[in-house]
Design a protein around this ligand. Structure first.
Ligand SMILES: Nc1nc2c(ncn2[C@@H]2O[C@H](COP(=O)(O)OP(=O)(O)OP(=O)(O)O)[C@@H](O)[C@H]2O)c(=O)[nH]1
Ligand SMILES: [Mg+2]
Length: 271
């Protein structure tokens, strides 16, 4: 793991604090903070960034790519987990949440006090973009009042990206090599339209927030395309929010003991 990075899993009664080394390795090598030998050595986060989005869009892969610098096999996330990233003088916790419907109730707890929310979709699935508005946006009600929103279309490597200019992460491709790829199902304009809907939902004025074009990203966790750019743009924007939050009081933490699953009736339906 690169210097300045720590990771952990959320456990009952906490998880806003840092993860640390020495804990029992969980699935995919995540370490359990509960099993760590000494919590006092863990760093306290100054601010929080949360990844939200449907299952399978690549949230965990994006975070691995940024923090571990590689693309590896994943299993569907259960609950949530976080990395701690040092950014200048601040420690930022980056929360990876589960896209599976049964865990959506936890989303608003993970978002509590968040300085930024990264709403992630798969560029090959229009449904995954629509779900951001239908199922995930309301979970951000608990975020900081001045929370930054980024909208990220992942898996751009699977699309016919010949029209995109090359950069250091994505060398120029010949037209022939694009043959096996498909046209993107979600256009950049669709993401921009969603960003504008979010502003409306939050009753924010376009002139008071970063421009939609700046906050809509297309990435590939597989190739690394624009992944650093995404996280680092977001970190730069959350610093002023962290400064304000620190001036106002202690950072919000996640307490999943607050989570009360919906009661089930005998027929199995939610009461
Ligand atoms: N080709 C390609 N595949 C990707 C990319 N990102 C993720 N995947 C694959 O998509 C699948 C789901 O990735 P995850 O990162 O586990 O997705 P997730 O959003 O964390 O899913 P949940 O934890 O269930 O919410 C895995 O098979 C990944 O290997 C990408 O940029 N390109
Ligand atoms: Mg995941």
């Amino acid at each position: 793991m690169p210097a300045g990075a720590e990771r952990g899993r959320a456990g009952p009664g906490g998880g806003g604090g840092g993860g640390g080394g020495g804990g029992r390795a969980g699935p995919r090598g995540w370490r359990s903070p509960a099993a760590a030998p000494c919590r006092c050595a863990m760093k306290k986060p100054d601010g929080k960034v949360v990844l939200l989005g449907d299952m399978n869009v690549g949230k965990t892969s994006l975070l691995h790519r940024y923090m571990e610098r590689r693309f590896q096999d994943t299993v569907s996330t259960v609950g949530g987990a976080f990395y701690l990233k040092q950014w200048g003088p601040y420690n930022i916790s980056i929360w990876d949440t589960a896209g599976r419907e049964q865990f959506h109730g936890l989303g608003s707890m993970y978002c509590r006090g968040a300085a930024a929310v990264i709403l992630t979709y798969d560029v090959n699935s229009l449904q995954s973009l629509m779900e951001l508005e239908d199922k995930f946006l309301a979970l951000t009600d608990s975020a900081s009042a001045d929370c930054i929103f980024a909208i990220v279309g992942n898996k751009v490597d699977l699309t016919d990206d010949c029209a995109l200019p090359p950069d250091e992460n994505r060398p120029e491709k010949s037209v022939a090599s694009c043959g096996a790829k498909v046209r993107k199902q979600v256009r950049a304009e669709d993401a921009i339209a969603l960003y504008k809907k979010i502003l409306k939902y939050k009753m924010l004025d376009e002139k008071d927030v970063p421009a939609a074009e700046k906050m809509c990203f297309e990435t590939s966790a597989k190739t690394g395309y624009k992944v650093d750019y995404l996280f680092e743009t977001v970190f730069e924007m959350v610093v002023p929010i962290i400064v304000r939050q620190k001036a106002e009081g202690p950072p919000q933490t996640v307490d999943i003991t607050d989570y009360k699953p919906a009661k089930r009736t005998k027929s199995g339906c939610c009461a």
